[in-house]
Design a protein around this ligand. Sequence first.
Ligand SMILES: [Zn+2]
Length: 286
Amino acid sequence: MSNLLANAGVPAFKCPPGTKMHLLDLGTLTVDEGWLMRGANSSSLSNKNPENKQRDLVVLAALIEHPQAGLILYETGCAEDLEVKWGAPITDLFPRTQYKECNRLPDAIKATGNDIKDVKAIIIGHLHLDHAGGLEHFLDSGVPIYVHEEEFKHACWAVATKADFGVYVYHYMDLERLNWKTFPDSTLDLFQGITLHHSPGHTPGLCIMQVNLEKDGTFIWTTDQFHIKENYELAEPHGWLARDHNAWIRSLGMIQRLQRLFNATLIFGHDKEVADELTKVKKYME
Ligand SMILES: [Zn+2]
């Protein structure tokens, strides 16, 4: 099926020749597995005090060199200064345990041979603090930030009323100095070969990104619809980070169908092993 589609001659189907896609490693957070998988670390009659297993989560972003659209960034990682921008208790619950110079967003982009100043478009999968914090680098830059309308509205509400404060925070929800561009579509072909799919559940406006590459095939960046591969492969819902369970299940089905249709490789929001496997094989995808 994927071969049929690839050769079908649909103009917008594949990224133009010469497109390169990089995975950016923006550091590591270490968290209790109870956040990530339903029932993980929970006590029981036979095991009243189970070990509280923790998990290392890579903070990821995608940088795409697109011959037509220029440099595109999918998600931006955390703020530089977490002590100030997050503070306690967030830094205690979601501590950043690895953050070297090479993990800073400008340095990670530089390592690909590009400059953060040349980013032409930003796509935000969802506006949680470990995905949108890096927007601080784009204040007053005029760079358009594409995000689903439902996500933008929800983030404003969640921060302003503190209804879901902690996963959304103030510092990057700047209404004056950032150039927000929202869209209401359930599927949006934003640039040639790059399609966003609305996947509500973890958050109301979360969008995954499908990238169809000429040589390496289709990739789906799931952001935190799936934090780790178990969320997808075992259909294991999130733990304390779950929000709308039924919507999440429907989005899971949509992504399973998409994966099958395009024979896609999935890149999960924070799965270190999956990201390492991909970057071990190739410096970038094309
Ligand atoms: Zn996350």
